[in-house]
Design a binder for this molecule. Structure first.
Ligand code: C6P
Length: 405
């Protein structure tokens, strides 16, 4: 258990759905927001709302200070040496696209190494640049449980490998990839490494200097922050390799009629008015998570996984995908003979919110050789009772479709 009951911090969790207490198990899609985050956003709009980095007046100075303070919090949270290395973007998707479109030194024949189960956000941008610049995509082999075959991965690396882009935690299988080893091997051939941290940064301590990654992308909304704000971290030299692809206000140092010079990092890569309230909300979310402690969150989510696994396994006809051992706080599964969308609809009738589909990772479903799965994903505010409710609702779904043992 967590040492304190945090449920009261989340007003949204105090409701019923179809007459049943809401059991929110769709945290990999997005997480709920504590009062501290809601108040930080409202407080900014009530007291400090102004544009940043331009106004001389008091509100402008306050807004700028709070926005940049949020950047400091982000940097401290992931152990970035400098806040200048943390670029505010919309989300993980934009962070990855920013690297894909801004990287200025692609050479025809360069290779990008991925896993075959990446989220579309860490696949499609690379397909696009590969097409445009004549690059080749290579895919790491996986072991039957979804872990990366590290020997097979290392064999793919060569002097043409320009970038390795890999998810830290799979949003479909819950596998936790050995990113530090992946980075070390890639660096031996001089390749850069981008870590998709969408499903790791919210759930475990992630320290960029320990991982030694060149880029890290993550989203605020998956870690108790608001939607519309995310982060691209980069090593200074890796960010210097990015040529802005959005031009306009905020990113400009000086302009004449025919040319312009950019500001320094991080603003060079943040054209236009940023999501100020979003950054402040993300800062409040980071404060909130830090008060609980990321080590505590990872420990408690492991308890939830250990509690859920045998109970799910006991359900006849339920097949769980992904690793048998350590996994992140999510389970993708199918109930034999029942379409995942039907399962999710029936669970919703019981107040249980899960996701069904390919989870924006269609190649992962192909790899599993299923069209779709049901996914229950946990966060620190979930309880053992909620897992019982999930298991009971799955039992009902099975009975409803006539699969009683
Ligand atoms: N996965 C899910 O339900 P955005 O949408 O940009 O905040 O995050 C994209 C993304 C990138 N990588 C991984 C590993 C992800 O899981 C996600 C988002 C959600 O699985 C929504 S599709």
């Amino acid at each position: 258990m967590l040492p304190v009951d945090l449920r009261g911090d989340f007003p949204i969790l105090q409701q019923t759905v179809h007459g049943k207490p809401l059991v929110y198990l769709d945290n990999a899609a997005t997480t709920q927001k504590p009062v501290a985050v809601l108040e930080a956003i409202a407080g900014y709009y009530r007291r400090d709302n102004a544009n940043v980095h331009r106004a001389i007046h008091t509100l402008g100075e306050r807004a700028t200070a709070r926005f940049e303070e949020a950047r400091h919090k982000v940097a401290a949270f992931i152990g970035a040496p400098s806040p200048a290395q943390c670029i505010f973007v919309k989300n993980t998707t934009e962070a990855i696209n920013l690297v894909a479109y801004s990287y200025k030194s692609w050479r025809t024949g360069d290779e990008i190494v991925l896993t075959p189960i990446e989220h579309h956000s860490n696949l499609v941008p690379w397909q696009q640049v590969a097409r445009r610049f004549g690059l080749t995509l290579r895919f790491m082999p996986l072991l039957p449980d979804g872990h990366i075959d590290m020997e097979g991965y290392k064999k793919l690396l060569n002097d043409r490998t320009r970038l390795v882009a890999v998810t830290h935690v799979s949003n479909v299988l819950g596998t936790i990839n050995p990113v530090r080893d992946i980075v070390a091997a890639a660096h031996q051939v001089g390749a850069r490494v981008l870590i998709d941290g969408a499903q790791s940064v919210p759930h475990m301590p992630v320290r960029v200097e320990e991982l030694d990654c060149d880029y890290l992308a993550f989203s605020g909304h998956k870690m108790c922050g608001p939607t519309g704000i995310g982060v691209l971290y980069g090593k200074m030299e890796a960010l210097e390799e990015l040529e802005p692809f959005l031009f306009g206000g905020e990113m400009i140092a000086d302009v004449d009629l025919y040319s312009a010079r950019w500001k320094e990092l991080p603003w060079r890569l943040e054209a236009g008015t940023p999501h100020i309230a979003g950054a402040i909300g993300l800062g409040a979310a980071i404060d909130y998570l830090s008060r609980i402690g990321m080590a505590e969150i990872v420990r408690y989510e492991k308890e939830l996984v250990d509690y859920a696994r045998p109970r799910l396994q006991e359900l006849e006809g339920l097949e769980i995908y992904g690793p048998r051992g350590e996994r992140a706080g999510l389970f993708s599964f199918n109930l034999k003979g029942i379409h995942p969308h039907d399962v999710a609809t029936l669970l919703d009738q019981e107040g249980v919110a899960v996701r069904a589909g390919h989870h924006c990772a269609q190649p992962a479903a192909n790899w599993l050789q299923v069209p779709a799965t049901v996914r229950a994903s946990f966060y620190f505010y979930n309880t053992f009772e909620e897992i019982d409710a999930l298991v009971a609702a799955l039992g009902k779904a099975r009975e409803f479709f006539g699969h009683v043992s």
